[in-house]
Design a protein around this ligand. Structure first.
Ligand code: FAD
Ligand code: FES
Length: 329
């Protein structure tokens, strides 16, 4: 027997026993924000105000305090009774459903000592429409599934920027065995980290490492927007430890952006900004009245940026993020 989930403002949908709230919402055409789908990043956090539910996987993305206040993670939470839920429903995104598509490696080459660029070629008849900022899961042998953001705005070829992870199962493949023409499968597009409600706003990207990949795709999208749909300003703060970490020329795409490279372990010859991207941005004492912040990259940066920006007065719905947490096995 299905349970009834009420979201307020007359929005309701059914959820089957054992189904996550995120999947049930998607089935009913209701888009809730999400990223990792494994209970780690907290993008899908929502609040249950009445009814019973259970977590199918640990909700590591929540603090004890949030849990005590009724917050749950829709990607791993399942209803065990009818529920009333407060959630941030994303209207009008019209994201294509994910599907499994075969693909071949068209090119693979290093961008930095620990970053590989992989270009995947999809079959000519494959329908694969995505929004810049979204990601795919690469499906490999042994039920291995790893998430990578799409680094270009439009198919049919898709570009990935892959960081080498120590003892990583797929890292061993990308950096040791992968070669041109290898056959793979991807599942996508996934995620809600896409441009929305940015016309006339001050758009700020905070990225670390390969977190620049979806930012690159979104800059390409902005460069193609009609003038009246464009943000009032675009700033990109990209951080790494040392110069080789900033492996792509951000100004190669012209979205009218201001680019601020930031290094946390720069040598004495570095003339640019030092420290962490969120601190460098806030040190400029920005006017947050029209700011929309997209943060992407390591989890520590995303969490620190959210905390610091919220304390500085940025409304929660104008902070959007994709934390590159470890993928589920
Ligand atoms: C939505 C999303 C988009 C992503 N996009 C990208 C992308 O564009 N480029 C990219 O390089 N990565 C991206 N990632 C991160 C990537 O999916 C993971 O790092 C992945 O687990 C790496 O797979 P692997 O098989 O090499 O290592 P695994 O076998 O998964 O991991 C090996 C060990 O390293 C740890 N680990 C793995 N990744 C991380 C991490 N990111 N942080 C901390 N510990 C980690 C694991 O817990 C494990 O102990 C994304 C993640 C998400 C959720
Ligand atoms: S915690 Fe649910 S999408 Fe990441």
């Amino acid at each position: 027997m299905a349970f009834r989930i009420a979201l307020g403002e007359g929005r309701e949908f059914d959820s089957e026993p054992g189904e996550t709230l995120l999947d049930a919402a998607a089935r009913a055409g209701v888009t809730l924000p999400y990223s990792c789908r494994s209970g780690r990043c907290s993008t899908c956090a929502c609040r249950i105000t009445s009814g019973d539910s259970s977590a199918l996987h640990p909700e590591t993305g929540l603090t004890e305090r949030e849990r005590a206040n009724g917050w749950v993670l829709a990607c791993v939470r399942s209803a065990t009774s009818d529920l009333t839920v407060e959630a941030n429903v994303l209207g009008g995104l019209d994201l294509a459903p994910a599907r499994i598509v075969p693909c071949r490696i068209e090119a693979i080459a290093p961008l930095a000592p620990d970053v590989m660029k992989v270009v995947l070629r999809l079959p000519p008849n494959a329908v694969f429409n995505y929004r810049p900022g979204q990601y795919v899961d690469i499906l490999a042998a042994g039920n291995v599934r790893r998430s990578y953001s799409l680094a270009n705005a439009q198919g049919p070829r898709v570009e990935l920027h892959i960081r080498q992870v120590e003892d990583g199962v797929l890292s061993a493949y990308w950096f040791g065995a992968a070669k041109q023409n290898d056959l793979l499968r991807l599942n996508g597009p996934l995620g809600t980290f896409v441009l929305r409600e940015v016309a006339g706003m001050d758009l700020v990207f905070l990225a670390t490492g390969t977190g620049i990949a979806p930012v690159k795709a979104m800059l390409e999208e902005i460069a193609q927007l009609a003038l009246d749909a464009r943000p009032a300003s675009v700033a990109v703060f990209w951080g790494g430890r040392t110069q080789p970490d900033l492996y792509w020329d951000v100004n190669a795409v012209d979205a009218g952006q201001r680019y601020v490279p930031v290094l946390s372990r720069a040598g004495e010859d570095w003339q640019g900004a030092r420290g962490h991207v969120q601190d460098v941005y806030l040190a400029e004492a920005p006017n947050l009245a029209r700011a929309v912040v997209y943060a992407c990259g390591n989890e520590a940066m995303v969490r620190a940026a959210e905390t610091a920006l919220s304390a500085a007065g940025l409304p929660p719905r104008r902070f959007r993020s994709d934390a590159f947490v470890a993928s589920d096995a």
